[in-house]
Design a protein around this ligand. Structure first.
Ligand code: CA
Length: 229
C-alpha cells in the first residue's frame, strides 16, 4: 500500500485529503507545518509527499529545496495558490515532481498522484545507468556526475533523459514526450518540452549551441544520438 505524507496547515484541507486518500487505499501521515514536514520526510520512506507551499515555520519551497539538497529523492507534489505561475516553474526547478493549483478537484489530484507514483516507479525499474556524453547517470538514484562532480538536475530532467535513453537513436516527438513525462498536466505545451531540452543541452552537451547528442528533428521532436563504442 503506497504511503503518502500530507504537509498542509489548513485543518479542513488536511483532513479532507486524509479521508479521501485513505478511502482510495493509501496509507496517510500528515504534518501541519514546514519544519515537521521536513523532519517527516527525512525520517520516513514515503512513496509520495503532498506539500503545501504556504506553511508556517518553513515554506514548502524551502522544504523541497532542503530535501533535494540532502539527496532525498522522495516524489513531491506541490500545492500552489492560484496565480503563482512563476512559483510553479520554480517549484519544478527546486526538484518537485509535479504541482497542483488550489483550488483543485479531488479527481485531478488523484490522477496526479497516480501518475507521479507510476513514473517514479518506472524510473526505478528500467535501465538504471547510462553514459550520455561526459555525463554518468544513475536514473534510480537521480544522480548525475561529470568526472566525479555532481551535476544538479531536476526530476523532470531525469525523466526526459531516461525516456530519450530508452528510445535512443530514434526520433521522439514532442507530443510523445508530453504524454509520457507530463501525462495529464493541463497547462503544459510543447513549448515546455523545448525549454526543458534547452536546459538539458546546457548540462550534457560540450557546446549547447551546437548539439551533438540531443538533436532537433525539425517539425517533429528530438533524437538522442548515442554511438555504439
Ligand atoms: Ca497553507
Amino acid at each position: 500500500m503506497p504511503k503518502i505524507f500530507i504537509v498542509e496547515d489548513e485543518p479542513s484541507m488536511r483532513l479532507g485529503l486524509k479521508d479521501n486518500l485513505e478511502f482510495e487505499g493509501y496509507e496517510v501521515d500528515f504534518a501541519d507545518n514546514g519544519e515537521a514536514g521536513l523532519e517527516g520526510i527525512r525520517t520516513n520512506q514515503y512513496d509520495l509527499v503532498i506539500l503545501d507551499v504556504m506553511l508556517p515555520k518553513m515554506s514548502g519551497f524551502d522544504v523541497c529545496k532542503t530535501v533535494r539538497k540532502e539527496g532525498n529523492t522522495t516524489p513531491i507534489i506541490l500545492l500552489t495558490a492560484k496565480g503563482e505561475e512563476i512559483d510553479k516553474v520554480l517549484g519544478l526547478e527546486l526538484g518537485a515532481d509535479d504541482y497542483v493549483t488550489k483550488p483543485f478537484s479531488l479527481r485531478e489530484l488523484l490522477a496526479r498522484i497516480k501518475a507521479v507514483i507510476r513514473r517514479t516507479g518506472a524510473l526505478k525499474k528500467g535501465t538504471n545507468k547510462a553514459k550520455i556524453g561526459r555525463i554518468d547517470l544513475d536514473f534510480s538514484s537521480y544522480n548525475a556526475e561529470e568526472s566525479g562532480h555532481e551535476i544538479s538536475m531536476s526530476h523532470k530532467e531525469f525523466e526526459i533523459l531516461h525516456y530519450l535513453w530508452e528510445n535512443k537513436n530514434k526520433t521522439v516527438s514532442r507530443d510523445e514526450l508530453l504524454k509520457n513525462i507530463w501525462g495529464q498536466e493541463v497547462y503544459t505545451t510543447t513549448r515546455t518540452v523545448d525549454n526543458f531540452i534547452l536546459k538539458l543541452r546546457q548540462k550534457v552537451e560540450a557546446d549547447s549551441n551546437n548539439p551533438k547528442l540531443i538533436l532537433t528533428v525539425h517539425g517533429i521532436g528530438y533524437k538522442l544520438v548515442i554511438n555504439a563504442e
